[in-house]
Design a protein around this ligand. Structure first.
Ligand code: NAP
Length: 299
C-alpha cells in the first residue's frame, strides 16, 4: 500500500480519493476550501496546509483541479508541488488541461527527479463514485507501472496512450465526442417533444439501437427527474471544448462541429446556467423553441 497525496477534493477528486482510501492506501489531502478536507480527516486521512506539504510526505501526488491555470498554480506556485518535490515522487494529474501545459509541467518536474503522468479521466461523477473511470495516460512507462495499483482502485480501464501530453490529447478526442453527445441528446429530446411525442418514450425506444451511448443511458433519467445539478459543470464542458479548439488550432485541424457546440455552451453560460450539468444544454434549445422539457412530476 502506498502513501498518496490528493489535491482537489471536488466532485471527481473527492470520490477518487475515497476509493484510494477504501483500497487501503494512506492519504494526505489538500483542498482550497477546508470543509472538504475535514470530512477526509474524520475518516483517517492526514490534512496538509498546502500542496508542498502534501508532496513532501508522499510517494504519489495527484491533482484534480478545474482548469489549466489552477494546475500550474498548484504545481509551480508558492508552496506548490515542485517545492515539495523529492527523488522518486510520481506526480499524476487527473484534471483536464491543455496538453502543452501537461508536457511543460512534466519537463519542469523531471529536473527535480519527479516523473509525471497526465491522467485525465472519463466516466463522470458516477464513474468516479463507483471506481469505474476510464483513465487516459501520458508519460513514462516506469511511472505508469508504479501507478497501476492506484489506477485499479479508481477505474475499470487505464491505457498508456504515449509520452507526456498524450493522455490529454486522448481526452481532447473524448471531449469532441462527449460534446456532440450532449448536443445531439438535447436536439433529440426537444425534437420528440415539439413533434408531440413523449421524449421519455422516445428514449426508451431508441436506447438499444444504433444511437446507444453512455449519455443516453445516464443523462435522460436525471433530466426527466428535473435534476440539472452537476455531474459535470457546464462551464467545465465549455472549458474542455476551448482546449479542444486550441489544440485544433495548434495542429491546423478544422473542427466545425465542435466549434458550433462550443458556441451552444457559450449561450448556456450566458443564460446563467454555468454551474448546471453539461446535459442541461437542453436549456439552450428550450430557449430557442419556447418549450420546457417534460419532467416526471409535471404530468
Ligand atoms: P469541482 O467539483 O469544481 O472540483 C474542483 C476542486 O478543486 C474543488 O474542490 C476546489 O475547491 C478545488 N480547488 C480549486 N482550486 C484549488 C487550489 N488552488 N488548491 C486546492 N484545491 C483547489 O470540479 P470536478 O467536476 O471535480 O472537475 C475537476 C476536474 O476533472 C476538471 O478538470 C474537469 O474538467 C475534470 N473532469 C470532470 C468530470 C465530471 O464529470 N465532473 C469528468 C471528467 C473530468 P473548492 O472546494 O474551494 O471549490
Amino acid at each position: 500500500m502506498a502513501k498518496v497525496g490528493y489535491i482537489g477534493l471536488g466532485i471527481m477528486g473527492g470520490s477518487i480519493a475515497r476509493n484510494l482510501m477504501k483500497a487501503g492506501h494512506e492519504l494526505v489531502v489538500h483542498n482550497r476550501s477546508r470543509a472538504k478536507v475535514e470530512a477526509f480527516v474524520r475518516d483517517g486521512a492526514t490534512a496538509a496546509g498546502n500542496p508542498r506539504e502534501v508532496a513532501e510526505q508522499v510517494e504519489f501526488v495527484f491533482t484534480n483541479l478545474p482548469d489549466t491555470p489552477d494546475v500550474e498554480q498548484v504545481v509551480l506556485g508558492k508552496d506548490g508541488v515542485l517545492e515539495g518535490a523529492h527523488e522518486g515522487l510520481v506526480y499524476i494529474d487527473n484534471s483536464t488541461i491543455k496538453p502543452e501545459t501537461a508536457r511543460a509541467l512534466a519537463e519542469k518536474l523531471a529536473t527535480r527527479g519527479v516523473m509525471a503522468l497526465d491522467a485525465p479521466v472519463s466516466g463522470g461523477d458516477v464513474g468516479a463514485r463507483d471506481g469505474t473511470l476510464t483513465i487516459m495516460v501520458g508519460g513514462p512507462q516506469e511511472a505508469f507501472d508504479r501507478a497501476e495499483p492506484l489506477f485499479r482502485a479508481m477505474g475499470k480501464a487505464w491505457v498508456l496512450v504515449g509520452d507526456s501530453g498524450a493522455g490529454q490529447i486522448a481526452k481532447v478526442c473524448n471531449q469532441i465526442i462527449v460534446g456532440a453527445q450532449m448536443a445531439s441528446l438535447a436536439e433529440a429530446l426537444i425534437t420528440a417533444q415539439k413533434a408531440g411525442v413523449d421524449p421519455r418514450r422516445m428514449v426508451d425506444a431508441i436506447k438499444g439501437g444504433a444511437a446507444q451511448m453512455w449519455t443516453l443511458d445516464v443523462k435522460p433519467p436525471r433530466l426527466f427527474a428535473g435534476n440539472r445539478e452537476p455531474g459535470f459543470k457546464a462551464y467545465m464542458q465549455h472549458k474542455d471544448l476551448g482546449i479542444v479548439l486550441d489544440t485544433a488550432k495548434t495542429y491546423g485541424i478544422p473542427l466545425p462541429v465542435t466549434a458550433v457546440i462550443q458556441q451552444l455552451y457559450t449561450a448556456m453560460l450566458e443564460q446563467g446556467n454555468r454551474e448546471q450539468d453539461n446535459s442541461a444544454i437542453v436549456s439552450v434549445y428550450e430557449a430557442l423553441t419556447g418549450l420546457r422539457l417534460v419532467e416526471n412530476d409535471g404530468e
